[in-house]
Design a protein around this ligand. Structure first.
Ligand SMILES: *Cc1c(COP(=O)(O)O)cnc(C)c1O
Length: 217
């Protein structure tokens, strides 16, 4: 599917949900994609991109930034504390703040560096053992803890379990965000971004629908 098609589907979903046009940011998830595909999407005007590995992001985005203005890079994958500094220096936004130790590390580094990317707290809405994220019942206290550390928390992020109806998870994330006065909702991927927009997503993370399937071979 083309970038233009995805953007028009987003506009339609915004309208259908009674939301303002442009209220949803499209994050083009470029992980594992060959540089030519990423460059093509940059040339079409897309400027917000997502990567889930710091190492991979560091290998390509500094170069792209020298070629294209106004790039915004979002780290959307699990973040080890020993990669936190690099992530903060590379990215405008981190979507995967998922544990107290990472929060205190980010806070310490933010003091040291003098700035901090926008942050989203990842919530493990399906309470899946293998998935990162704070459990729903711990989310309120974790938001409070991050705020007490002066971290710029903009919203919440989730990745619904593959086997379950995503709408339930989008609704739960929206509810937790609302009671914590958070306006950002990072939810929705290639298969369900329109549904996420109906539930209030402000950031959709779309990879394969824009770039084609990822080739891990
Ligand atoms: C890869 C990835 C996406 C994009 O997935 P697609 O199904 O290709 O759209 C979104 N969010 C996260 C956290 C990812 O790792």
């Amino acid at each position: 599917m083309s970038l233009a098609e995805i953007k028009s589907r987003i506009s339609n979903a915004e309208t259908k949900a009674g939301r303002a046009l442009g209220s949803v940011d499209l994050i083009a998830v470029s992980k594992v994609q060959p540089n030519e595909r990423v460059e093509a999407v940059l040339s079409e005007g897309q400027r917000i991109f997502g990567e889930n590995r710091v190492q991979e992001a560091a290998g390509k985005w500094p170069d792209f930034r020298t070629q294209f203005d106004g790039i915004q890079l979002h780290i959307i994958g699990p973040l080890q504390t020993n990669k936190a500094r690099q992530a903060m220096e590379l990215a405008e936004c981190i979507h995967s703040v998922d544990r107290p130790k990472l929060a205190t590390t980010l806070a310490r580094l933010a003091q040291e560096i003098g700035q901090c990317p926008d942050l989203f707290i990842q919530v493990n809405t399906g309470a899946e053992a293998q998935k990162a994220g704070i459990l729903p019942q711990d989310a309120d206290s974790f938001v409070a803890e991050c705020r007490s550390l002066d971290l710029p928390v903009k919203g919440l992020m989730c990745i619904p379990p593959v086997e379950e109806e995503a709408a339930l998870h989008f609704a739960l994330l929206a509810k937790i965000a609302k009671r914590n006065d958070l306006s950002g909702l990072s939810m929705g991927m290639s298969g369900d971004f329109e549904k996420a927009i109906a539930f209030g997503a402000t950031h959709v993370r779309v990879g394969s629908a824009i770039f084609g399937a990822r080739d891990y071979s």
